[in-house]
Ligand binder design. Structure first.
Ligand SMILES: NC(=O)c1ccc[n+]([C@@H]2O[C@H](COP(=O)([O-])OP(=O)(O)OC[C@H]3O[C@@H](n4cnc5c(N)ncnc54)[C@H](O)[C@@H]3O)[C@@H](O)[C@H]2O)c1
Length: 376
């Protein structure tokens, strides 16, 4: 099986990803792409204010573009907004050869990527991620899609943009909570890759745009190296789902009750719970589990959130795309640098670990890590 992936790797190319040191460099690169084409820019109001304005000022002569702005937030990743934008593109006479620039965080690249992949059976699209999470994760790997009601990413397709353009300077205007959200996916990449990247992530002592920007390229190359060998997630790509079974279920719950929980925050709590599950199943030894938990708990504090009851997330958990019928399947760490995927997890194990985590929230525990790894 591994050999097949290695063979496949020989024929796979990752999406060209360019890094820029200034918005002027990015504008100059874009100018070459947008000549003699209709160009649409999909963005949200925050990104419009902070990034699109800055980008437009960086062009020597302002290009002719049609701006499509949606409301910021996860609720824009919906069938209704998807339909509305496709109608708008059709009214504007957009064709397959015209260009859609997806300028924004993961919400915009997921939604825009889905539009770009499906409108007229696919039009040209380029991702320009502006959030940390977008740069290190959402814009790469070709996954895009929309939510079905509150069920995350239930409709989608895997198709890569023609290019990914990353200007790390955009994250300077990102609110702290969003920096923290993106950092969770960087920790995940560190756990998956181990070695040097784990070390570099462990040495961060403040989450700021200046401290995380130098780590963006490393995160992108870790994700690229995995998606290149398994673009359609039949095997090793599932490693990237670590933390997302429980994480998506928590995120869906908050979406359903109209409260905001950032994607990264939910994934951080998902990773904590899934490490507990791995330990409960004797897949990881206690000391290694503690090392990982120590890093996550330095930045993410489940006790500060009113996490839902297991009964409130189990419906979402059962809809997870990784499951096999009714059987829960997760990607779990066995050590730093090693994730096993397609692990069958009994619903009683998932329930008891999750409840152990939420009980911690509701009692005054002194040592978080010891409590989390204690026998359940
Ligand atoms: N396709 C994938 O592989 C993949 C991977 C991970 C996450 N995702 C998806 O990504 C989404 C989360 O991404 P996100 O956290 O970037 O969310 P987001 O796009 O909603 O952005 C978060 C917030 O930051 C604002 N913002 C973005 N860039 C900014 C900037 N430079 N300055 C100021 N504000 C800015 C946005 O307006 C928004 O309010 C979720 O929908 C998640 O499911 C997809």
């Amino acid at each position: 099986m591994e050999a097949a992936f290695v063979l496949l790797h020989l024929f796979m190319v990752t999406t060209p990803t360019y890094f820029f040191e200034s918005s002027e460099q990015l504008a100059a690169h874009l100018l070459e792409k947008i000549e003699a084409r209709k160009v649409f820019v999909l963005t949200d109001e925050n990104v419009h204010q902070h990034c699109l304005s800055r980008l437009l000022e960086s062009f020597e002569t302002e290009p002719e573009i049609e701006i499509i702005e949606v409301e910021a937030g996860e609720t824009s990743k919906s069938i209704q907004i998807y339909e509305h934008i496709c109608e708008h593109l059709a009214e504007c006479g957009a064709g397959k050869d015209d260009l859609l620039l997806c300028l924004g965080g993961g919400m915009i690249t997921d939604l825009g990527g889905f539009i770009g992949s499906t409108f007229k059976r696919g039009m040209n699209f380029i991702h320009i991620p502006t959030s940390l999470l977008g740069m290190v994760d959402a814009a790469n790997g070709g996954k895009n899609g929309i939510n079905l009601g509150v069920v995350k990413n239930a409709i989608g397709i895997i198709k890569s943009p023609s290019e990914i353009l990353i200007y790390p300077g955009f994250i300077e205007t990102l609110p702290d909570v969003e920096l923290q959200s993106g950092f969770a996916e960087m920790i995940k990449h560190g756990i998956i890759a181990g070695n040097e990247y784990w070390q570099r992530i462990s040495e961060v002592n403040q989450i700021s745009s200046a401290s995380v920007a130098p780590l963006i390229e490393g995160a992108v190359s870790i994700k690229d190296s995995i998606t290149a060998i398994d673009p359609f997630e039949s095997g090793p790509r599932k490693k990237l789902n670590f933390g997302h079974s429980i994480g998506h279920a928590i995120e869906s719950h908050f979406l359903a009750i109209n409260q905001i929980m950032s994607h990264g925050q939910a994934v951080a709590f998902g990773m904590i719970c899934e490490i507990m599950i791995a330990q409960q199943m004797s897949l990881i030894d206690q000391e290694e589990a503690k090392r990982i938990l120590q890093l996550i708990l330095a930045w993410y504090h489940p006790e500060q959130f009113d996490l839902p009851e297991y009964d409130q997330i189990k419906g979402y958990l059962s809809q997870d795309k990784k499951n096999n019928g009714k059987e829960l399947r997760m990607s779990l760490p066995t050590a730093i640098g090693h994730i096993e995927y397609n692990i069958s997890v009994g619903s009683e194990t998932a329930k008891s670990c999750y409840e152990h985590l939420t009980k911690y929230n509701r009692t005054d525990q002194t040592s978080t890590i010891d409590y989390l790894v204690s026998t359940i």
